[in-house]
Design a protein around this ligand. Structure first.
Ligand code: HEM
Length: 140
């Protein structure tokens, strides 16, 4: 689950970069969490499709990272490194999603987008650390 979280975080960054690179894609959905007032918007416009895929992959990342946290708390409690790092990692992700919403509310203000980029990197880094620590737990 931790590995899926890291892979999915990486995919979210790739799609986020595409949103950034395609003119108008970052502001094509002016609302959040809905897009143009719909859970599933009209995807005929490629810019809406790209922005929507970014949100979907971000949601998937959230699912994997929350599942990692739940699994760590239920079944790996003696491994305090995994539990603590999963909590920190999920906290970074929640902040990142909030800043993602703020990129919409601020009409892609460059300061907010730059923070979003930096936190995206932090999300991937923390997810990778959780995955690596889970793969190689401490020996007692
Ligand atoms: C796992 C969560 C997320 C990650 C890792 C992530 C990552 C990224 C990255 C790396 C970029 C490119 C930034 C740049 O090149 O300057 C980006 C762009 C963007 N993200 Fe996210 N993102 C996440 C969640 C969200 C969410 C939940 C939203 C809310 C709708 C969102 C909205 C946006 C928008 C609108 C842009 C384009 C900004 C622009 O065009 O200037 N992101 N994201």
């Amino acid at each position: 689950m931790a590995i899926l979280g890291a892979v999915s975080a990486y995919a979210t960054i790739i799609v986020g970069g595409i949103v950034r690179g395609v003119p108008g894609a970052g502001t094509i959905c002016p609302d959040w969490p809905l897009c143009n007032g719909s859970i599933v918007p009209n995807l005929a416009d490629a810019r809406i499709l790209i922005e929507y895929v970014h949100r979907l992959v971000a949601a998937l990342t959230g699912f994997f990272m929350l599942s990692t946290l739940v699994a760590a708390m239920l079944w790996f409690r003696p491994e305090m490194r995994i539990v603590t790092l999963s909590i920190m990692s999920f906290a970074i992700l929640v902040t990142q999603v909030a800043v993602g919403a703020l990129t919409i509310a601020s009409d892609n203000d460059w300061v907010v987008v730059t923070i979003h980029l930096a936190l995206g990197t932090a999300t991937l880094a923390s997810a990778l650390i959780v995955a690596l620590v889970s793969l190689w737990p401490a020996k007692f």
